[in-house]
Design a protein around this ligand. Structure first.
Ligand code: PFF
Length: 459
């Protein structure tokens, strides 16, 4: 039994391709298809996009490399990794905060994933045939206000994620991501082709690609930073945990760059699928979280065989959400199995049960007319509060600490050794440039964004 547990614990991904798709599966999720478009819409389009790209290049990729470095070097969960790498006790807080973030994100993420699953079901049912903008808006309201249906869908989501995770790293995570990520990519491209041929689509492009800096606020800059962390699943030990399953010969810097670039491409493709349609149907780009749910059914309802494509689209959005949630849940699961000696099945069930119970609060808080919807902490309902604390505070702070830990508290030889796969990659120059950025650019940018967002300085 003990032996069996050990082998399960240290199961790894089987190949470079598996590493890439699993990691991309974590990064690509509701963030690309639901969040990126509506946040870009709400924060001034292309100006926001530019700040976002800077965050990805100078903060996201460097922090991702750090997480892979810690994970693969120690082959441990987000908490145990800090012990194994010889860090003093305090650094473990990063791992614990990561576990808290995994829960906070899952509380609201599983709710939105539930909406996506229910839309898939409706699409299969043919509910969107010939839909107009008003009916589409009404359908979204009906979907999220429940109270019972959104909770049921959320529970279904959590059961699906649990079943995959119980199957293990290779048979669960690897198999699902490797099969379905490429299909998602193809489907988004099909949506794009349709969206850009709609009348009035050009306005959507202007909105997405022509910067208007006057509409970018300090809060918008912090949001871009938070989105970069959320998008790339950083600052909370997810990539550390996945890194601990990487193959020995994986090129960590190259994988980080490939994943970040592919993920950004998927976000842009989602934006291109959505904004031209928004303008074409005379809707507002800053429509908020409903953008995906209201506009996508409209776009597809205009296409020949649209309903079939709509089924495929929501099926693949469900997959994107599911593969991202697998990585979120894996953070506490890896901790519980390795540090607390729980078997994998029990760890998965314990974790998702807690996520289910508190996740219901987030789901019920969406209805502002309900008792829970009226609860306000720091001026936010549960759903928004869980989101704000994790994305805008815990992930960026976690990312800053991870960057400082690796950049200043790890021996250069150890980093060079790991990032060059013990010298086999001959990439010392690149590692040196990386270390310069990690030490002097990443933390400085992160701190500037924070000071700016709390009003202490003005960028
Ligand atoms: N990256 C995922 C998305 O963009 O939807 C969300 C996410 C997954 C955030 C895993 C954090 C995480 F650890």
């Amino acid at each position: 039994m003990e032996e069996h547990q050990k082998s399960l614990k240290r199961e790894n991904f089987s190949s470079g391709i598996a590493v890439f798709f699993a990691t991309l599966g974590s990064a690509v999720g509701l963030g690309n298809i639901w969040r990126f478009p509506y946040l870009t819409g709400a924060n001034g389009g292309a100006a926001f996009l530019i700040v976002y790209l800077i965050c990805i290049a100078f903060i996201g990729i460097p922090v991702m490399v750090c997480e892979f470095y810690i994970g693969r070097k120690t082959r441990k969960n987000a908490v145990g990794a800090f012990d194994k790498i010889g860090a003093s006790k305090g650094w473990k807080t990063i791992g614990f905060a990561g576990i808290v973030s995994a829960f906070l994100i899952m509380f609201f993420y599983s709710c939105v994933a539930g909406w996506v699953y229910s839309y898939l079901f409706r699409a299969i049912n043919g509910d969107f045939a010939g839909i107009n903008p008003d009916a589409s808006g009404a359908m979204f309201t009906k979907t999220i206000l429940g109270p019972m249906p959104p909770i049921l869908w959320q529970m279904i989501v959590l059961v699906v994620v649990s079943l995959i995770l119980i199957a293990g790293v290779q048979k669960g995570i690897e198999r699902i991501t490797k099969t379905l990520m490429p299909v998602l990519f193809i489907l988004i491209i099909i949506c794009d082709i349709r969206a850009i041929t709609l009348p009035g689509a050009a306005q959507g492009f202007t909105f997405l690609f022509k910067p208007d800096f006057s509409s970018l606020t300090a809060a918008g800059i912090l949001t871009a930073l938070g989105l970069a962390f959320f998008k790339l699943s950083l600052g909370m030990g997810t990539m550390m945990t996945y890194g601990s399953y990487f193959t020995e010969d994986n090129n960590l810097i190259a994988t980080s760059a490939k994943v970040a670039i592919s993920d950004t491409i998927v976000s842009l493709l989602a934006g291109i699928a959505i904004f031209p349609a928004v303008f074409s149907f005379g809707m507002k780009p800053g429509a908020g979280p409903g953008l995906l749910f209201i506009t996508i059914p409209l776009v597809f309802s205009k296409i020949p065989l649209g309903n079939l494509l709509l089924v495929a689209f929501f099926f693949l959005t469900s997959i994107a959400a599911t593969t991202a949630m697998m990585s979120l849940v894996e953070v506490p699961v890896a901790y519980l199995t390795e540090e607390k000696g729980m078997n994998r099945k029990k760890a998965v069930i314990t974790t998702t049960a807690i996520m289910a119970i508190i996740g219901i609060l987030a789901t019920l808080s969406v209805d502002k007319g309900s008792v829970l919807g009226k609860v306000s902490i720091l001026g936010k309902g549960f759903f928004d509060l869980f989101d704000y604390i994790s994305s805008n505070i815990l992930l960026p702070v976690g990312g800053l600490l991870i960057a400082v830990f690796v950049g200043y508290f790890n021996k250069k030889e150890s980093i060079v050794n790991e990032l060059s796969n013990e010298g086999t990659l001959k990439n010392t120059k690149l590692i040196n440039i990386y270390l310069l950025i990690l030490r002097f650019v990443t933390p400085v940018l992160l701190i500037l964004v924070f000071l700016n967002s709390i009003g202490l300085i003005k960028i």
